[in-house]
Design a protein around this ligand. Structure first.
Ligand code: NAD
Ligand code: MN
Length: 498
């Protein structure tokens, strides 16, 4: 079929789609050992898409044993980097070649607009795989500055078996930010997608095999966190656990590692990112556009969402007015309509969380400026209006807790010192925006922010070359860039007496 260009094209493709719902172990699709499945329901219209294999400890044991065996055998782990590179590039090509199908699976499974599933999610996933693959034959090891009669070699080796546990908001991208560097460095990987969005991970596994990744090197175990996720996190033969998800679960994973084999644990967790607009912002309209997309894009289900808008007194009213105007173009529409830019929330549970926070905002005395309501209920799907609260103080729940929905909290400040104080008054430290024409103020503020990413005079920038991750309870370690390779390699010092 040619590329769909209208909602009815996408609906036709959806009707003809065969959805794979099995686990993927040692190069083959299989049911869970227990035969259990869980329902995969679309938030677009409430339709049951399929029943997905619900893996648990028994499946984790088989997958880890296979992953270990293939790692020891060296069919992938000992392959020359240039060869692994070629396979990774082929894998990226195949993701792109199957972009329509993957984008459709992503949209049906977790509700995001098809436009973004294709241009952001599939494209970003392919970029991550390709970038990591292209990098791997260009990274050199080190030789220590020794005396004449000895040689000190400092080499990187793959850790072995990696378990990757990922969330549902960008299912393919979050997976590929882990798969790129872990596969490129020669590890065997077990990917556990979120129970809310398992479909693209299941499909990607087959494309990886088609690209030439040997069986057992990439395994996919769909299932719940408390079953298969926990089994992987406690497993004695998983060497490294990489995770993207909530801070609450991230902390639990550190406990599991301590209770088991001290596996390395790398966490990308939640955020409550401040977007700071000073009176001297160079372009208030641009700041408003960015602030609107920072809270509305992906239905607000973004770890780096600019959910706290810190605005200096002098421009507060004007900026709120501009953002309110901007957010009118972010009203939800049908996710398969190519013009839609806001889709469905991932599921009814998440919708209730968002509506609960909107209620809490009103109860704690914040001013509801716009939005706040569930919409399009007649579709059977779950949709909510982008919402703005003004007169918010940083101690209110809508300002201190991660909502993971399109709810903006506007907090007023007076001067740089107060802005920095409010910005840092959070358990999180993922990202921050700063809008000012004053170069020195921009740098001073950026340096003072306890945050892994700072964006000056825009929001949410960066590409594969820039590390992505947080300070404080937003996690440790970084995805993207060569820094991500640190998570998947051990450093060996070999000292040779000549
Ligand atoms: P979550 O923590 O509920 O779940 C994440 C994953 O962990 C899922 O696969 C889940 O099944 C699994 N899990 C749950 N309990 C587990 C357990 N006891 N043992 C092992 N695994 C378990 O998070 P979510 O709701 O899927 O995703 C939203 C969160 O992800 C938000 O907090 C968001 O900020 C964060 N996030 C962070 C980044 C980042 O890069 N920092 C990126 C995207 C999302
Ligand atoms: Mn789903």
């Amino acid at each position: 079929m040619s590329t769909p260009t209208s909602r009815s094209d996408w609906e036709a493709l959806a009707a003809s789609l065969t959805i794979n719902n099995q686990a993927f172990i040692n190069g083959e699709y299989c049911d869970a050992q227990s035969g259990e499945t869980f329902e995969c329901t679309s938030p677009v219209d409430g339709r049951l898409l399929t029943q997905v294999a619900s893996c648990d400890l028994a499946d984790a044991n088989i997958a880890v044993a296979n992953a270990r065996e293939v790692f020891e055998a060296g069919t992938w782990s000992k392959l020359a980097p240039v060869k692994r590179k070629q396979v990774m590039i082929k894998f990226a090509d195949l993701l792109e070649a199957n972009a329509d199908e993957l984008a459709l699976l992503e949209t049906l499974d977790m509700g995001k607009p098809i436009k973004f599933s294709k241009t952001v999610d599939v494209a970003g996933a392919a970029r991550a795989i390709r970038w990591s693959g292209e990098a791997i034959d260009k990274i050199y090891d080190e030789v220590a500055p020794t005396a004449h009669n000895e040689i000190g070699m400092i080499t990187r080796e793959p850790v072995g078996v990696v378990a990757a546990i990922v969330p549902w908001n960008f299912p393919m991208i979050m997976a590929c930010w882990k798969l790129g560097p872990s596969l490129a460095t020669g590890n065997s990987v077990i990917l556990k997608p979120s129970e809310k969005s398992p479909l693209t991970a299941i499909r990607m596994a087959q494309l990886a095999i088609e690209a030439g990744i040997p069986p057992g090197v990439l395994n996919v175990l769909p299932g719940f966190g408390h079953t298969v996720g926990k089994a992987l996190a406690l497993h004695m033969d998983v060497d490294t656990l990489v995770f993207t998800g909530s801070t609450k679960i991230a902390k639990q994973l550190m406990i599991y590692a301590g209770e088991s084999n001290m596996k390395r644990v790398w966490l990308e967790a939640g955020g409550k990112s401040p977007n700071i607009v000073f009176n001297d912002a160079p372009d208030l309209k641009a700041a408003a556009e960015a602030a609107a997309s920072a809270i509305a894009f992906n239905q607000g289900e973004v770890c780096t969402a600019g959910s706290r808008l810190l605005v200096e007194k002098g421009v507060k009213d004007e900026l709120i007015g501009l953002i309110a105007q901007e957010l009118k173009s972010w009203l939800p529409g049908h996710p398969l309509d190519p013009d839609t830019i806001t889709g469905a929330v991932v599921d009814a549970q998440q919708l209730n969380t968002v509506l609960g926070y909107i209620k809490a905002g009103e109860e704690q005395g914040a001013l509801l400026v716009q939005g706040g309501k569930q919409v399009m209920a007649e579709t059977g799907g779950v949709y909510v209006q982008p919402t703005i609260f003004a007169n918010v103080t940083n101690d209110m729940r809508i300002a201190s807790e991660e909502i993971f929905g399109p709810v903006l909290s506007v907090i007023e400040f007076d001067g740089m010192d107060e802005a920095i104080k409010i910005a840092n008054d959070t358990i999180y430290g993922l990202a921050a925006g700063v809008w000012t024409s004053d170069l020195s103020k921009a740098h001073k503020t950026a340096k003072a922010l306890r945050s892994g990413m700072v964006w000056i005079n825009h929001y949410d920038g960066g590409d594969m070359t820039a590390p992505f991750g947080g300070y404080k309870q937003s996690g440790n370690g970084r995805d993207k860039s060569l820094h991500a390779f640190d998570k998947y390699t051990e450093i060996k010092a070999t000292w040779i007496a000549l």
